[in-house]
Design a protein around this ligand. Structure first.
Ligand code: PLP
Length: 529
């Protein structure tokens, strides 16, 4: 059915908005006739797929109420419709491929309320968050203390982004960050994203050392702006965006001899590395590796820079992962969790000598800056987040529960040949899979892997979400590793819920041909999209 309609919609008693709707509407009275992933999605609410809006009438034909399907829809589902409209706009004006991917994976649900580790949809479904927005939600979703701090900041009507004053909150946050980091990190540059922090670190290292090369560890994720992307080896992220920065050199993570070779020749400004590679598959190095890397850098006059965008803010137990490895970097990049999950903010902590090389004179006081840097809401979010993390001792909590969690995971998953390893630190954990040993399953797995290497992990993710109400993901640069990184406020009962959920999904994958048949169907649908 194709309909054109002009509708007046009132948003929560405020302004009246005239919305012109011109779309294709398909009423489906038999969701079962749709592909299974869409049918299940449709039962939960309106669904955009391609350019079509699907609305389930929950099995009841509107004609049975004597209503025209459209008027029924408009009158009875006004709220749903307004959300559907914004979903339609997203689909049309932002990123339809993202919508299609979420639909395919059966993960396109409408979250309404999020708190702590729990996400609730309108229909009352509760999902446990074991992704934390890739380590954004260390303090838990919508922590009331952080929310209140932001409300207070707004109510204050104070100066924001004047670009002509000294933002005192930025001073407070910088002081706090330096105290917590310890060592010689004494100055802070604020930005709005992890990538922006990495960009700053690249520039600052070059300014300090006066050399061009930046060495990075292969498999890292440092962000998708051009400079940060130049420090990532994975072709998936790089392809089509070149030429990137020329003077970057990738070395295998954990390989000190390769690092030594790369630092040789006197052209290096910095070695930038994640202390624990997150997207590479939660790769936890030996303490000796990071310490030797630091020594090498010192000996060569190269800056040792840690990207702690995921590992920082107590994610691994200590404020910085650097502290658990006993290293003292020249610069540290923080982002994600500093936001409290609410306001974008990143911070580059650096030694005095780095600061002095960049901002070396009055003339250069603003030589590296950014419009949203030091904005009061972000600074408030950062300060409130640090308070929550400390007052609730979430680092300690992450450290002790993380240990128990990994033990329980190992115990629960040890019977299944498909699980290669459980590893991690604090609440940054990964479960690594491998091909099934049983011949019948192995053939299916291999067929599947040939279609797309990420498919296997995505089926696990999909089942965890659809059947166990747990949100998680595979690592961005290692599709065989499933993440288990809940907000640090996670309880032992919630961790146990995850352990049992992943155990039962893994059991299916390790034993059931039906699991793989469904997986193959998903793969076929993915190809058809
Ligand atoms: C370790 C690391 N560094 C940097 C970034 C980039 O951060 P952003 O997405 O905020 O630019 C990410 C993002 O996931 C990351 O994981």
């Amino acid at each position: 059915m194709v309909a054109q309609e002009n509708t007046r919609m009132r948003g929560k008693g405020q302004s009246v908005k005239l919305i012109e709707i011109e779309w294709k509407i398909r009423f489906s009275y038999e969701p079962a006739a749709l592909p299974p992933s869409l049918a299940a999605q449709l039962r939960r609410g309106p669904l955009y797929f391609g350019k079509t809006l699907y609305i389930s009438k929950q099995g009841r034909h509107p004609a049975s109420h004597g209503l025209h399907p459209l008027s029924n829809m408009v009158a009875k589902t006004g709220a749903v419709l307004s959300e559907a409209l914004s979903a339609k706009s997203y689909n049309e004006y932002v990123n339809p491929q993202w919508v299609a991917l979420l639909n395919l994976l059966d993960m396109n649900v409408e979250y309404e309320y999020c708190s702590g580790c729990e996400l609730f949809t309108k229909d009352g479904r509760r999902t446990l968050d074991f992704l934390s927005g890739y380590c954004v939600h260390n303090a838990g979703h919508n922590h009331p203390y952080i929310v209140n701090a932001l409300k207070e900041e707004l109510d204050r009507s104070g100066p924001a982004m004047l670009q002509s004053h000294v933002p005192t909150l930025a001073g407070d946050l910088a002081e706090r960050l330096c105290q917590l980091a310890g060592g010689e990190l004494r100055k802070v540059f604020f930005g709005s994203s992890g990538s922006e922090g990495v960009e700053a670190a690249i520039k600052f290292a070059r300014a300090t050392v006066g050399k061009p090369n930046i060495v990075y560890a292969k498999g890292s994720f440092h962000g998708l702006t051009a400079g940060s992307l130049s420090l990532m080896s994975d072709a998936f992220w790089r392809d089509g965006f070149g030429p990137l920065l020329q003077d970057t050199v990738g070395v295998p993570f954990g390989d000190i001899a390769a690092l030594e070779k790369a630092l040789h020749g006197g052209r290096c400004a910095a070695f930038i590395v994640e202390p624990i590679q997150a997207e590479a598959g939660i790769q936890v190095p030996a303490k000796a590796y990071l310490q030797a890397a630091q020594e090498l850098c010192r000996a060569r006059g190269v800056l040792f820079v840690l990207d702690e965008v995921q590992t920082g803010l107590y994610r691994t137990g200590t404020f910085l992962a650097a502290q658990r490895f006993d290293v003292q970097p020249d610069m540290v990049v923080l982002a994600k969790a500093l936001s409290g999950g609410l306001m974008p903010v990143s911070a580059v902590l650096m030694k005095e000598k780095v600061y002095r090389s960049v901002y070396s004179s009055l003339k250069r006081a603003i030589v590296h800056t950014s419009t949203f840097s030091e904005n009061s809401l972000s600074m408030r979010a950062g300060l409130a987040t640090l308070e929550v993390l400390q007052k609730e001792q979430l680092g300690k909590h992450a450290m002790s529960l993380g240990e128990t969690f990994r033990q329980k995971l190992c115990q629960a998953l040890s019977p299944y040949g498909i699980v290669k390893e459980v590893r991690g630190a604090g609440m940054l954990n990964g479960i690594e899979f491998r091909a099934p040993k049983k011949l019948a399953l192995r053939a299916l797995y291999e067929a599947f892997h040939r279609i797309h290497p990420a498919m296997f992990g995505q089926v696990i993710v999909m089942r965890m979400f659809r059947e166990k109400n747990i949100l998680t993901q595979i690592c961005g640069n290692n599709f065989m590793v499933l993440k288990a990184a809940p907000p640090l406020v996670v309880s032992e009962a919630q961790l146990d819920e995850f352990v049992e959920a992943v155990r039962s999904v893994v059991e299916l994958a390790d034993t059931s041909v039906a699991f793989w048949t469904e997986a193959l169907n998903l793969a076929k649908r993915a190809i058809n999209i």
